[in-house]
Each structure stands twice: as structure tokens, then as C-alpha cells.
Write a new protein. Structure first.
Ligand SMILES: [Zn+2]
Length: 393
């Protein structure tokens, strides 16, 4: 995850969110959507093995020579799965930007539908981290070995299925995300398939902890504001999983904080998954021993279901530039505000901000009761969220 001058993080909601959100989202749909595709069962031991491997001292915080070694490891994993190289006969895409050089790693699983050979879904995660600084290893277990493990496990599950989905899937690992998204910026300028053939871009950055260390089972997803048709897919993909899904707008983060940025700018529909910035974000303490692997496994299942459904659906939700407010976002942010107030002492939230949160909670609750939120109220809600999360994180 890219550090921000103004830091803010995605939002979440308490246990009551799913029942509250489902009728709100599904009630507006006609006819009802088809059932969730199953068939994604990640292996928890594999997730653990991959995260420990990537965070090990051997890969030196995935910068420089250690970053090269991590890239070689990923190429080996993709070859073992029997996937095709994405860049001609190569799995890697070397690039330089100013005085930095890096390489993206990618493989493809061609679609089974001969009518759709020109339609692709991207599932991605950045694999670089901060390296060794001041003699200390930054292992980046959550940021973003967790996301890489998710992509590799979803890839394995899809390869192991008897039936290949109709659309092709590109599995991409970006380099130098931590350096102003250099890898994904290069990728969109030199994509292995034309950008207008990408029906959905999915990325994940940090899937194994919780927002501010207080958000428990929350998983946030951003991007549905530009493709609202994806919203029920995400909610349904969470069925039966011990996750509380907070569907919020990416504009909550003020700037593009991860690799969805270059795709958003080119109007490619995207989904960005994250469990949020934790207290060990960008510290040497981001170690595998404290990753919540149960949560990572659940997030992997959810994201895998969304990818499989997207690769199989008859039609894909298209990009829409206009961001219409949706009440599910207010429900998610109300949950975060309630958590923040609950933990206000340990988080050191100043008195003035506590009052601000309480005032905004009343306003949001009214909107939720009415079942609609105005653009002005949404903006006010995001501003308060950004201010408080900047203080807390
Ligand atoms: Zn980061």
C-alpha cells in the first residue's frame, strides 16, 4: 500500500451489516441475480507457506536483489501451475522509470469461450515492499505478501477446476507499487492485451490484519461506485464467510493508494480489496507471525468467487463516471464511527473529533432511516472519516 501525505483508510461496519445491507442492495434488483459461483477453496497451509516465504530475510523486503529473487520465485510458482506467460514468451516485464528499475510478473489463463477471446479479467497484487532500511528488514507480510498469496491461491483453484471460465484471466504481480505505483503505471502504458479488452481489474493490498487494529473481521472493497452492478456480486460472494464486507468509495482515500489508480484513470472498471491500514503498517513489525490467516483465507475465497463470476458472466457491468451515493456506504461508515467511539481512549481521539463523529453519526443514521443519502451528506461523511482516520492511523 502506498503511503499517503494525507492518510486515510477504508471503512468498516459491525456484525449487523450483512443483514442490513443485503435487502438494501438486492431489493433494488430485478430480476434476482444468478447464484454465486462456487469452486474456490483456498488451501490455508499454502497461504501460510507463501506469506512466510515472501516475508523471509532471503527476499530482503522485496527490493533490489531481494526483489529480483522474489520475482523469480513468483515466475516459478506460475510455471508450476502450468499458466502461459503474459508477455510473449516471457513471464516478466522489465521497466525503468527515472533512476528506478523493476519488473512486473504476469501469466494468463485463456478463456474457454471462442467468442470471448478478446475479453479479460485481471487479478493482481503488488509484490514489492520497502526493503532493508537502517539495517532493519521490512518483511511486508501484510503489505503485500498477503495479497500475492491470495492471487496465487485463486490461480491454483481456477487451474484445478474441470471447466475453464469463458473469459481469459491475467494474473499480475506489480513491482514498485510503493514507489508511486510505478509498476502498474508502466503496465497500463504497455499492456499485454489492449486495455479496452479488460472487463474488470481486481487488486488487493493488505488482506491479513484489520483497520487501526480495531475492525475485527472487516474487509473493505472500493470501486463499485464506478460499476454499481458489481456491488451485489461482492455481497453475495461473502455468503457463509466470517467477514463483514464494507463497500465504500475509493474517493474516501483522497489519492490513489494502490495499483487500481492507473486503471481508474483510464476508466477500466475496478475492485480494490483491503483489510485496511493496521498499527504495524510500514514498520519492521509487519511480520507473518501476526497475520490472521483465517481472515486471509476467507478474503481469498470471496475474491476468487468474484473473479470466477466475472470471468463466467454473460455480461459485465460497464464503467460509469458519475458516482451515485449508495446507502450501503453510509451503513459501513456508521459501523466504523461506532468502533472509533468505542475505542476512542486507546486511539487517542481528541475531544473535538469525538463530538464531530457523534454529530455525523446522527446525520448518517437519519439518512439510513430514510434509505437515501444526498451528495452533500456523502461529502461531509467522507471529510469527517478522512480527518479522524488521519488522526488515528
Ligand atoms: Zn505499502
Amino acid at each position: 500500500m502506498l503511503a499517503a501525505a494525507v492518510r486515510a483508510a477504508p471503512l468498516q461496519e459491525g456484525d449487523s451489516m450483512m443483514p442490513a445491507l443485503l435487502p438494501l442492495i438486492l431489493g433494488s434488483l430485478c430480476p434476482p441475480p444468478p447464484p454465486v459461483s462456487s469452486g474456490v477453496e483456498p488451501n490455508r497451509d499454502r497461504l501460510i507457506e507463501i506469506v512466510y516465504q515472501l516475508a523471509s530475510p532471503e527476499f530482503e523486503g522485496r527490493r533490489g536483489a531481494g526483489g529480483r529473487a522474489a520475482g523469480d520465485y513468483l515466475i516459478g510458482q506460475l510455471q508450476r501451475l502450468g499458466l502461459d506467460p503474459a508477455f510473449g514468451d516471457r513471464f516478466d516485464q522489465e521497466f525503468t522509470a527515472g533512476d528506478r528499475s523493476g519488473r512486473n510478473i504476469a501469466a494468463m489463463l485463456p478463456g474457454a469461450d471462442p467468442e470471448r477471446t478478446d475479453e479479460w479479467i485481471i487479478l493482481s497484487a503488488h509484490y514489492d515492499h520497502l526493503g532493508i532500511r537502517g539495517g532493519r528488514l521490512f518483511p511486508g507480510a501484510d503489505d503485500n505478501a498477503s495479497g500475492v498469496a491470495m492471487v496465487l491461491e485463486v490461480a491454483r483453484c481456477l487451474v484445478d477446476r474441470d471447466e475453464r471460465p469463458g473469459r481469459g484471466i491475467l494474473f499480475v504481480f506489480f513491482d514498485l507499487e510503493e514507489e508511486a505505483l510505478l509498476g502498474s503505471r508502466y503496465f497500463v502504458q504497455h499492456p499485454p492485451v489492449p486495455l479496452d479488452q479488460i472487463r474488470l481489474f481486481v487488486t488487493a493490498d493488505m488482506l491479513g490484519r484489520s483497520l487501526a487494529g480495531i475492525a475485527g473481521d472487516a474487509l473493505f472493497v472500493m470501486g463499485t461506485e464506478h460499476a454499481p452492478g458489481l456491488r451485489p456480486w461482492v455481497v453475495e460472494a461473502a455468503e457463509g464467510l466470517p467477514l463483514t464486507v464494507g463497500v465504500v468509495g475509493a474517493d474516501l482515500l483522497v489519492i490513489d493508494r494502490s495499483d487500481y489508480g492507473p486503471f481508474r484513470q483510464r476508466k477500466v472498471p475496478f475492485l480494490f480489496f483491503s483489510t485496511g491500514e493496521s498499527p504495524v503498517y510500514h514498520t519492521p513489525d509487519d511480520v507473518p507471525q501476526t497475520i490472521d490467516f483465517e481472515k486471509l483465507a476467507s478474503a481469498t475465497t470471496l475474491i476468487g468467487r468474484v473473479v470466477l463470476r466475472s470471468a463466467s458472466a454473460d455480461t459485465m457491468p460497464a464503467w460509469t463516471s458519475e458516482r451515485s451515493p449508495w446507502i450501503g456506504e453510509a451503513v459501513a461508515i456508521r459501523g466504523v464511527f461506532e468502533l472509533l467511539l468505542e475505542h476512542q481512549e486507546e486511539l487517542g481521539i481528541p475531544g473535538a473529533q469525538r463530538a464531530l463523529i457523534r454529530g455525523m453519526l446522527n446525520r448518517i443514521s437519519r439518512s439510513i432511516e430514510e434509505g437515501t443519502i444526498t451528495p452533500e451528506d456523502r461529502t461531509a461523511m467522507l471529510r469527517v472519516s478522512q480527518l479522524v482516520l488521519f488522526t488515528v492511523l
